[in-house]
Design a protein around this ligand. Structure first.
Ligand code: ZN
Ligand code: ZN
Length: 324
């Protein structure tokens, strides 16, 4: 089959790989859509022997299996199902398995892949192919983080600032509105992203501004400067929610505005499987808004041209259509 290989140093190769052979307990999934994710830039820079791509939606092609022919999203973390985290429902925080599809085993920038059957999340028929991948990072990660901190800074009148209007930041904007917050600002250096955020109902906050304070700061850029800004401007008893990621060491200068207040700094990673039906409901309610984030569909042949444009911030949430 055809697949994408990141050899390192921002090179991209379209390669031929053997057709996947699922192990016991796994099924073959034909990829319909895989969304590009900014976190893949790490693999693009450093290279990987595995096939990247972790926001995967496809059709099960496994005759005899209960889900044969079903359209499914792929839950990224492989999980054991019986450790203390898994039995509590925290399937994204498994204590014994740490493999992530698209990171530590082959992912979705390919025509097909083998998927552990516990990672299959069937998608209802009324959710169309172009929206289904948004149920993962864009909706799942953002909504899970917000649901986690919601009791600490309850809507509707606590003021929210979202730092970074990428897919997760924009996903957080829509999810926050649906969870009941009414006063939401967004900061991003890119005018086109701010325009999109405004069209979705946000107000604009200047990048780097330290004057205005917020009860909830959702940090979705992963930039250290934005994180430090959040710690500085969050109101006492407020929350800084860290959704962005960054591999570089983060230094916090313990200034007076940071030291002399009580506040919560909460990291939230991905989402548990049991959130999926709530995420489907969220997508149904706001489908036309989420659709605005999908700004390109492209084929494997177009991958090498499209990924660098996405990495440069020109595209919000492009979708690879391997069979397209
Ligand atoms: Zn992602
Ligand atoms: Zn587990």
């Amino acid at each position: 089959m055809r697949a994408i290989h990141f050899p390192g140093q921002q090179a991209i190769e379209l390669v031929t790989r053997p057709w996947p052979t699922p192990a016991p307990g796994e099924v073959l999934l034909r990829v319909q859509r895989t969304a590009l994710c900014g976190s893949d830039c790490k693999l693009w820079h450093r290279g990987s022997t595995l096939i990247p791509g972790h926001e995967i939606f496809g059709t099960v092609d496994h005759p005899g299996h209960a889900l044969h022919g079903r359209r499914c999203c792929v839950f990224m973390p492989v999980h054991c199902g019986h450790c203390a985290s898994c039995t509590r429902g925290d399937t994204h925080l498994c204590l014994t398995e740490s493999v992530l599809l698209g990171w530590n085993r082959d992912g979705g920038y390919a025509e097909a892949l083998a998927v552990p059957e516990q990672c299959l999340m069937p998608v209802p028929d009324d959710i169309d192919d172009d929206l289904a991948p948004l149920l993962l990072d864009t909706i799942g990660t953002a909504a899970h983080g917000l649901r986690t901190i919601q009791p600490l800074v309850p809507p509707p009148d606590t003021e929210v600032l979202i730092l970074g209007a990428g897919p997760v930041g924009l996903g957080a904007l829509v999810a926050a509105q649906e969870l009941g917050w009414r006063r939401i600002w967004v900061a991003d250096p890119r005018p086109s992203r701010l325009a999109l955020a405004q069209s979705l109902g946000a107000q604009v906050h200047p990048v780097g501004d330290l004057q205005r304070r917020f009860h909830l700061v959702v940090e979705s850029s992963g930039a250290h400067a934005a994180r430090n800004q959040g710690l500085t401007i969050v109101w006492p008893r407020g929350v800084v929610l860290l959704l962005g990621e960054n591999d570089a060491p983060w230094t916090i200068e313990e200034t007076k505005p940071i030291r002399r207040k009580d506040f919560y700094m909460v990291r939230s990673f991905y989402f548990p499987k049991h959130d999926f039906s709530d995420n489907v409901a969220l997508l149904r309610t706001r489908a036309s808004d989420y659709r605005q984030l999908v700004d390109r569909r492209f084929t494997l042949d177009e991958f090498a041209d499209t990924f660098p444009r996405f990495a440069a911030g020109e595209l919000v949430k492009p979708l690879l259509v391997p069979g397209g």
